[in-house]
Design a protein around this ligand. Structure first.
Ligand code: ADP
Length: 645
């Protein structure tokens, strides 16, 4: 399977293809080519429409009867939206139809490319209604049933599943990964991609503030009851004393501080053993990814709700770097690792209480997958499954009408499958919301924050309402108390030194302003006018924040994470609303990623990793801990399954 970053595709029609397309087309094109009416005015035409990440531009070349070439320029997500754009452009061309199926999981990109081609064909004088009513015949004949065997079967081709596949192969296993969507990537590829790991080398360029020093002291002396957590505190105390004695000025950090922040940040109900394993292996897994070819920036930052500057940022946007890295390895080792997309796991094959394989379906045919060593469940969470949210949510008001950052495949299938074989499922009520959803789509795209330190949130009156460096649940609950649960992120030139500076989603601030998704002004008063908040109140909010940055006052909301003042034009604002982001509950595992049943016994042959698992993050997952979790436990699951027997 080919996986490449494609920002622009060129589809060239071969004579053979065009002739065969000509012969098979029905509906619009008359069969008797001697007496036909032209359906296009020959020429090359351009059309534009909005995709998920901005404008999609289609250049379409037509003869009187057919589309001979479609060239597309776009900035859709690599590995996801770009595949949809490519597939749809090809189908439109080959079928001379605008009624082509949209690509599941990439709806905005799919609709965008269809609209862009439509705009071009309108200019070519096409009867758009006729092209839209000419349906593409699907191949109704189901393929034969499939049966395959590998050492390790992985269910789910997101970050956890692909990490597991690579590590299983590195440990000598043959692997089959099944993925229900038409493409791999899951939530991982559309995530903000921040990866937490204590990494004092990258942290050495950050100066430690007095407030951060106080945070460490507070964590050392905080009230704890669990003996292992008290040991963490003892260790942290020693590490902190060593740091102070060393005279270093860079940001202090250690796996121990990471453990304590993860545990405290989840209200002390996260699984201590899993937290231990997570924080002890995060940096090693960054290095593992780098050995596989992944590139991270040489600095770290504080991601939303991450509480500390330890988030690693990939060089490539969103989560594309992770997926590309794994897929490059998989391509290079394709004789031993197979990816089957459009293949949905339905149930486990269990013999004598041992998981031996997976029953799945692919486009109507039955797929039986036998595992010599074990099955790894990596199907992600259930953030996109409204019924499951409603079933388990006890903490938030109804989540029925709240949008989500998740891809459409995040429907909790693996949890349901696991429950069918008496697996222990824990923490299902722990659903994470972010205060950072796009008001239209719920997506993280269009988010103008670059990190926690340099931005504030204001409500519709222009007033701050929360510590913007707080936990995600704390910030979202506070947002829900504001008018229309609606806020503005306010930043200045420190976040966007130039108009072409991009956010996490590779969107430049200029393009967001142009699309009306962000607002820009030379003064705060003008910005307030643009976003319809009280100018005096916005100025007052920013001034108070700036005083807190300076240290002349304590922040009224108890904020401790600061860097620059918001004082340099241009100023920017972007609207955000609550959005469902992560489901912390799921299948219970141990430190070896083995799945545990309702009696606390290991289920032989079954491993799990990633968002499908529960328990590690407690009531609130720290920002930046998901990528770390799926990588660390994906690797462990792959190794455990490969070495089992
Ligand atoms: P994680 O971060 O835990 O890896 P992701 O959401 O990134 O989670 O990936 C999970 C992947 O599992 C997604 O690509 C999703 O489409 C896939 N998946 C979910 N349910 C099934 C299923 N029943 N069969 C096969 N793949 C599935």
């Amino acid at each position: 399977m080919k996986f490449r970053r494609i920002l622009s595709i060129i589809l060239v029609l071969s004579m053979i293809l065009s002739l065969s397309a000509c012969a098979t087309n029905t509906g619009v094109k008359p069969t008797d080519e001697e007496n036909i009416d032209a359906i296009f005015t020959p020429g090359t035409y351009e059309g534009e429409a909005e995709g998920f990440h901005g404008t999609i531009k289609a250049t379409v070349t037509v003869t009187e009867l057919e589309i001979t070439d479609i060239t597309v320029e776009h900035t859709e997500t690599a590995g996801l939206g770009d595949k949809a754009v490519e597939k749809i452009a090809l189908e439109v061309k080959e079928n001379t139809s605008l009624d082509v199926p949209l690509v599941s999981g990439a709806t905005y990109s799919s609709e965008g490319i269809v609209a862009a081609i439509t705009a071009a064909l309108e200019k070519a004088g096409a009867d758009i209604a006729a092209l839209k009513s000419k349906s593409v015949e699907e191949d109704e004949e189901a393929a034969a049933d499939i049966e395959k065997t590998a050492d390790v079967i992985v269910i789910g081709g997101g970050g956890a599943g692909l990490a597991a596949a690579v590590s299983a192969h590195q440990n000598g296993a043959s692997v089959i990964v099944i993925e229900k969507m038409p493409q791999v990537g899951g939530n991982t590829i559309i995530s903000g991609s921040a990866y937490n790991a204590a990494d004092t080398e990258r942290q050495s360029s950050l100066t430690m503030t007095d407030l951060e020093k106080q945070t460490v002291k507070d964590i050392i002396s905080s009230e704890q009851t669990d003996p292992e957590v008290k040991e963490w505190q003892e260790t942290l105390k020693k590490e902190w004393e060593e740091y102070l004695a060393s005279g270093k000025t860079g940001l202090f950090d250690s796996p121990t501080l990471h453990k304590l922040q993860t545990y405290n940040g989840g209200d002390k109900i996260g699984n201590i053993k899993l937290i231990n394993t997570l924080a002890d292996n995060t940096l090693d897994s960054v290095e593992w990814l780098e050995d596989l070819g992944m590139e991270f920036k040489d600095y770290v930052f504080t991601v939303l709700g991450g509480l500390w500057s330890r988030a690693h940022k990939p060089e490539k946007p969103l989560g594309t770097g992770y997926i590309e890295t794994y897929m490059n390895y998989i391509e290079e080792n394709s004789s031993d690792i197979e990816i089957m997309v459009d293949t949905t796991a339905k149930s486990f094959i269990v013999e004598d209480s041992v998981v031996k394989g997976v029953n799945a379906e692919s486009k109507g045919s039955k797929v039986t997958l036998n595992a010599e060593n074990g099955v790894i469940l990596a199907t992600g969470g259930f953030g996109a499954n409204v019924d499951m949210r409603e079933q388990y949510n006890t903490i938030w008001p109804s989540l029925k009408d709240i949008k989500t950052t998740n891809h459409t495949g995040a429907t909790g299938d693996g949890i349901v499958m696991a429950e069918d074989i008496d697996t222990s499922v824990i923490g299902m009520e722990q659903i994470q919301l972010l205060p950072m959803g796009d008001p239209e789509t719920g997506s993280l795209s269009g988010n103008i924050e670059q990190g926690v330190q340099d931005r504030i949130f204001v409500n519709k009156e222009g007033s701050r309402f929360v510590d913007e460096g707080a936990r995600r649940d704390v910030m979202t609950k506070a947002l829900m108390e504001q008018e229309d649960s609606y806020m503005w992120v306010i930043v200045d030139k420190h976040s966007y030194p130039t108009g072409d500076t991009v956010n996490n989603f590779n969107e430049s601030i200029d393009s967001l302003v142009e699309a009306g998704r962000a607002f820009k002004a030379d003064t705060l008063e003008e910005l307030a006018e643009l976003i319809d908040v009280d100018p005096d109140e916005l100025v007052n909010s920013v001034e108070t924040f700036n005083d807190a940055v300076e240290g002349s006052i304590d922040d009224p909301f108890g904020r401790t994470l600061f860097d620059n003042k918001i004082d340099t034009a241009p100023f920017y604002a972007g609207a955000r609303v609550p959005t469902v982001h992560h489901t912390m509950g799921g299948v219970e595992i141990n430190e070896d990623a083995q799945v545990v049943d309702n009696n606390g016994e290991v289920i032989k042959g079954l491993y799990a990793a990633g968002e499908v698992t529960g328990g590690i993050h407690g009531s609130n997952r720290l920002g930046g801990n998901a990528l770390a979790d799926i990588t660390v436990f994906g690797r462990i699951a792959g190794t455990s399954a490969a070495l089992a027997k």
